[in-house]
Ligand binder design. Structure first.
Ligand code: ADP
Ligand code: SF4
Length: 732
């Protein structure tokens, strides 16, 4: 038997089976949380409880509408009373490309948008649609229309697109109102229950009208807050008139732009609600820009928005919803009981756990997969790729791979599986294989579960990341068919001498310290005796020998910045050198890059961007400008190389080289997953572990594309060189 095998193999080692109890889940809701399950009237519709999935981007949008539809459906199935789309562009002048959101430019977009509402309804929730004219935020790269804004200003898109918005004339304003009405008409046709007017995040164009930062008009749409809110009022009135009791009207608005008197202030929003408080059926409060509202756990706690939102509810009789990365039901109850919110808004917590409401309802709080606040989900949108989540590997895979966050198909054989390594990949593989019913042994070399997550969550401000381990450890503890063996370092002999049918190697990767990474693809010249450390050394507690340390960041995600921050906090003089233009450049995709830079500056870290370390000398490093090659030097006692990782694949390679011995041991497959297969994010490791579990013993796809794709339908070909008339789709 597999389990006996591990115990025998490690008998000479102080092997400790994890002291897990098979505590049964309760199946009753704690009465303290009853209030969260009260229905809430939103104009003409009723939310079945207070759980409200606010609009959120997902990188699928118009390109992968069925992918989005199934993702939203699963949230409805998980108990959210309201499930919304992301921003939906109402017109080609509202084109936010290259970002992939939804569109309702004309009827051609209706089937996709309608399918999403249909799937949300199938799951039992109300469907909300966030209509948006993105105004100054739309560079119109795809439509090539001139952007529109309250005044002549460069667009405020993320990529500094070299295009300006045109100051809207009265006729443009009338057009915008017409486009919005048309979009409302189509939303009703698509059977949405809640229709948004979007004035938030400096994304919705109405935000730009509201804000003194962007609106210096001298007509009745500029000047006083009453004037700046005029277009919002008109569009709310238009929307209400079009809805005519068939759907609720929601208004999403930034309650403070965090720019002082330069932008929208809380006092102004109080005035707006004083004027328009009864216009929509629901207020959806957000904070500042998207960067302000979707703060990562590294920079902001749960419920960070509360002080900004508190008190606004008293200014309207309409229900209010707001977010705060809420995962704690006690915090949710506090929001309702203390009169801050009526509905518990969530984007990220609903991504990490689409079944969060039903788990609270059934009293299974320990099963909640809490969001870790890493914003990998946001990176999907920023990289125009389908949404992904560190905690929930099924996110974005519901339609195309048929994955479900709470269900997995039963095992296809009685095979036994050994998982080697209990990092995020191994833990997720063991959990999901266990859920399928396989007999699983999880062997971990150290005394700690979690691998890199256990180490990295001890770095400054990353403690919430341990939830990746906590969730999986708890779930595995409930599975009688999964045994965990600690301090059980496996060798190829251990494995081949026993009778596991499948072996999955999840032994991770280690940081290299030779300087190889993106900039240098060959090892650097390092002077003999120089003190060169890797992030693994730092995480293991080793510290630089001297006071002056260079951190060379050629990795560009969080690690370089975090290590620089850690060492600066400990009192060292830190110089951070990176070939990129920004510190932790990839975190532009997680909305963190500006906050990281601010923290690095405040920590007194000397930053040299666009610079590579070219050699480590006895008394520091040599550098070169990445553009000119101009050389320089930085005096230092030690260097931390944050460049790249190497897979710990010795065991895997040895097992492959001994394939001729597998049959005698009834060993049918050996696979590598997670960082040992290809070092990447924690999200990628979790996903890799999940994929292994989903696909074990399943027939392999004959297609090179192992998932369902939605491809564009070809339009009728236009007659070239003649004035173009609008092209109708084949099935129009
Ligand atoms: P991943 O991100 O792919 O999950 P990690 O590096 O986080 O990888 O975790 C790998 C885990 O594998 C670590 O906890 C490590 O201690 C463990 N490990 C490495 N080699 C062995 C081995 N031979 N036997 C058992 N566990 C191992
Ligand atoms: Fe939360 Fe990270 Fe998942 Fe986003 S990717 S929902 S921040 S755990």
């Amino acid at each position: 038997m597999a389990n006996t095998g591990v115990t025998q193999l490690t008998a000479q080692l102080p092997s400790h089976r994890a002291a897990y109890t098979n505590s049964r889940s309760s199946s009753m809701r704690d009465p303290r949380y009853d209030i969260l399950f009260e229905p809430v009237q939103i104009g003409p519709v009723t939310a079945r409880n207070r759980f409200y999935q606010v609009p959120h981007c997902n990188g699928m949008g118009y390109r992968d509408p069925s992918g989005e539809a199934y993702m939203r459906r699963i949230k409805a199935e998980g108990g959210w009373a309201v499930v919304c789309t992301e921003q939906v562009e109402i017109h080609p002048t509202s084109d936010i490309g290259p970002f992939i959101e939804l569109r309702l430019w004309d009827d051609q977009d209706l089937p996709a948008v309608a399918r999403i509402a249909e799937k949300i309804h199938e799951g039992g929730a109300l469907a909300g649609i966030e209509l948006a004219h993105n105004g100054l935020n739309s560079p119109n790269l795809i439509s090539r229309e001139a952007p529109l804004g309250p005044q002549n200003l460069p667009v405020v898109s993320w990529n500094y697109d070299p295009v300006q918005a045109r100051e809207m004339t009265k006729s443009d304003i009338a057009d915008m109102r017409f486009w919005h009405r048309e979009a409302v008409r189509r939303s009703l046709q698509a059977e949405y229950d809640i229709i948004y007017v979007y004035a938030g995040h400096a994304i919705g164009g109405l935000h730009h009208f509201l804000s003194r930062r962007y609106n210096n008009r001298t007509d009745e749409y500029g000047g006083s807050i009453e004037n700046r809110a005029r277009l919002l009022r008109e569009i709310l009135e238009d929307t209400r008139e079009m809805c005519d009791g068939k759907a609720a009207v929601a208004c999403r608005i930034s309650v403070d732009e965090l720019l002082g008197d330069e932008g929208i202030t809380r006092a102004e929003i109080e005035d707006v609600i004083g004027m328009l408080g009864e216009h929509p059926d629901l207020w959806d409060f957000v904070l500042g820009s998207w960067e302000d509202d979707s703060v990562t756990s590294r920079f902001g706690p749960e419920a960070e928005q509360e002080p900004y939102v508190r008190g606004l509810k008293a200014l309207t009789t309409k229900p209010v919803v707001g977010v705060g990365r809420f995962t704690s039901p006690d915090m949710m109850v506090h929001q309702v009981k203390s009169g801050v919110l009526d509905l518990i808004g969530a984007a990220r917590p609903s991504i990490a756990d689409p079944f969060l409401p039903s788990k609270i309802e059934s009293g299974n709080l320990e099963d909640i997969r809490e969001c870790i606040g890493c914003n990998i989900c946001v990176s999907g949108d920023f990289t125009m790729a389908p949404i992904r989540c560190t905690q929930n590997p099924t996110m974005g895979e519901e339609f195309r791979r048929g994955w479900h966050p709470e269900k997995i198909r039963p095992k296809a054989s009685d095979a036994t599986v050994l998982v080697v390594g209990a990092g995020p990949a191994g833990l997720e593989a063991a959990r999901s294989l266990g859920n399928r019913g396989y007999t699983v042994s999880l062997a971990e070399a150290t005394r700690t579960l979690g691998g890199r997550v256990a180490r990295e969550s001890k770095l400054p401000s990353l403690s919430a990341w341990i939830r990746v381990v906590d969730y999986r450890e708890n779930q595995i503890a409930k599975l009688d068919n999964v045994e965990v063996f600690m301090q059980s370092e496996m060798t190829a002999d251990d494995i081949i001498d026993n009778d596991f049918n499948h072996v999955v190697i999840a032994t991770g990767a280690g940081w290299r310290s030779d300087g190889v990474g993106r900039w240098h693809t060959k090892p650097l010249d390092i002077a003999e005796g120089a003190d060169v450390l890797s992030p693994d050394d730092i995480m293991a507690g080793t510290r630089p020998r001297g006071q002056r340390v260079v951190v060379f960041d050629d990795d560009h995600y969080y690690m370089g910045g975090v290590i620089a921050e850690l060492l600066a906090k400990e009192g060292l003089a830190v110089t951070l050198i990176t070939p990129a233009a920004h510190v932790s450049q990839w975190t532009t995709n997680t909305l963190e890059v500006a906050r990281i830079r601010k923290r690095v500056i405040r920590a007194g870290i000397d930053v040299r961007t666009n610079t590579a370390v070219t050699a480590v000398t006895a008394d520091g490093v040599q550098t070169a400008c990445v553009y000119t090659g101009d050389e320089g030097a930085v005096a230092a006692d030690s260097v931390v190389m944050v460049t790249a990782r190497l897979p710990h694949d010795g065991l895997y390679q040895e097992l492959l080289s001994r394939e001729s011995q597998w049959a005698d041991a009834d060993l049918r497959s050996v696979r590598a997953i997670g960082d040992v297969w290809a070092p990447a994010t924690i999200a990628a490791a979790v996903w890799s572990g999940h994929r292994y579990a989903e696909e074990l013993d399943e027939p392999q796809s004959l297609s090179p594309v192992p998932y369902l794709r939605e491809t564009a339908e070809l339009a009728v070909e236009p007659v070239m060189y003649l004035p173009i008339t609008p092209v109708q789709p084949v099935n129009a």
